[in-house]
Design a binder for this molecule. Sequence first.
Ligand SMILES: Nc1ncnc2c1ncn2[C@@H]1O[C@H](COP(=O)(O)OP(=O)(O)OP(=O)(O)O)[C@@H](O)[C@H]1O
Ligand SMILES: [Mg+2]
Length: 284
Amino acid sequence: MLEVNGIKKVYEGKSRTVEAVRNLTFTLQKGEFACLVGPSGSGKTTLLKIMSGLLDPTAGEVLLDGKRVDGPPPGMAIVFQEYGRSLFPWMSVRENVELPLKQKKVPAARRKELVDESVAAVGLADVHSAYPWQLSGGMQQRVAIARAIAYEPQVLLMDEPFAAVDAQTRADLEDLVRDLWHRFQVTTLFVTHDIDESVYLGQRVIVLSSSPTVIRDDVAIDLPEERDQLHTRSSPRFAELRARVFEQIHRPVEGQAHGVATHAPDVIAPSGATAVSATSDGGH
Ligand SMILES: Nc1ncnc2c1ncn2[C@@H]1O[C@H](COP(=O)(O)OP(=O)(O)OP(=O)(O)O)[C@@H](O)[C@H]1O
Ligand SMILES: [Mg+2]
């Protein structure tokens, strides 16, 4: 359904040229839930901007249902990291969720249904008439998720959406996203730099190297479909999978001096990763 073919992005600046992404190729099947994990600066946001038609690649192309993406495709929704900047403060929760539906020219009666359903699905029915600034950070991020779901996208892209919320809220939002994916079966690409989160959430983890960015690994997550924060995260299989992802992120780049481009200090290391031996920096 979604094909990323040989994407390369070089930012040409006056003083410096940055090769943000060297060569990325992968495919998402309809209804699939994949996570993309990579260190800070590895070009994850760059890739999402290219996939959503907000930025032109230097080389390669993105195809949605066989059609080349060259501007924001109507069937795609994005949830950004900075919820504070993605909601309009002068609009209520309802109005924020409804806005893209108006732009999509959905009839009023259907808009009401979609807003009611999605606001309830994220547990905000009680505060549907509140303004974003009256809500906590986690609630604001729920509004952003409700807005994306109400839009009924074919593809949902999420760029580190939970980076700014506390651990408990984050765990709740992770389970919410899994629950919504089960209910709506939307094709989802979730970007994170948290290895544990990437393993917990989806069916597959695409592992990026540090810059110059290439795909290191594509790991099938064969954990049981029924997941919960306590049991899934403490299972032996979970530990094996996160160790594998950790190892791939920290594996030295071929042809480069040991330890040079291999540091990934901004990737949250799994707490049980001390058994990993192939890292450049002794495991942390
Ligand atoms: N508009 C831009 N102009 C020039 N360089 C840019 C621009 N946007 C990003 N870059 C550079 O491209 C590289 C990748 O940036 P990007 O934001 O895509 O990384 P990221 O993986 O999303 O990082 P993070 O995890 O910190 O969000 C970085 O070196 C960054 O400095
Ligand atoms: Mg980013």
